[in-house]
Design a protein around this ligand. Structure first.
Ligand code: SF4
Ligand code: SF4
Length: 144
């Protein structure tokens, strides 16, 4: 004969027993549905982090819902998201710093180019004539 498992999980009947026994005054039912729906905002709003995993809501639940298992899973997901958010913040901050440093280097190069005068070599007409004369003289002295 097949008998129904009296401890099998059943749907939530919204009886409120879990909230009544929670020593942290949390709303385990709301936390449960937030975890089921991957609603990370609601998990935060309903203070999942304050759950001590004391298991009293699970013991009181007539539908045998493994509430604490859901809360542990939700906490692990929130931790992963916090890590990913921190990594993204670090990445964006690094990119912003590198861009700022590049812009500062470019500005320094522009400033240096505009303030340091380029050496301009000038030569007078007389110096040109003197150089020509020296060249001719050298050519004359080399001839046998
Ligand atoms: S396990 Fe968490 S939600 Fe459940 S009764 Fe304890 S503190 Fe409250
Ligand atoms: S005790 Fe169980 S069935 Fe009742 S509201 Fe809480 S989760 Fe739902």
């Amino acid at each position: 004969m097949i008998t129904a498992d009296s401890n099998a999980q059943q749907p939530c009947i919204h009886c409120g027993e879990c909230a009544r026994v929670c020593p942290e005054a949390l709303d385990p039912e709301a936390l449960f549905f937030a975890a089921v729906k991957d609603d990370w905002t609601a998990l935060g709003t309903h203070h999942l982090g304050a759950c001590t995993e004391c298991n009293r809501c699970v013991e009181a639940c007539p539908s045998h819902i493994p509430l604490v298992a859901w809360f542990q899973w939700g906490k692990s997901k929130l931790r992963e998201r916090a890590k990913a958010d921190a990594a993204r913040t670090r990445f964006l901050a690094r990119n912003a710093r590198l861009a700022r440093e590049r812009a500062e280097r470019a500005a320094r190069r522009r400033d240096a180019a505009s303030t340091v005068p380029l050496p301009v070599q000038t030569i007078s007409h007389n110096e040109v004539l003197a150089a020509i004369a020296r060249g001719r003289a050298r050519r004359h002295t080399k001839r046998p």
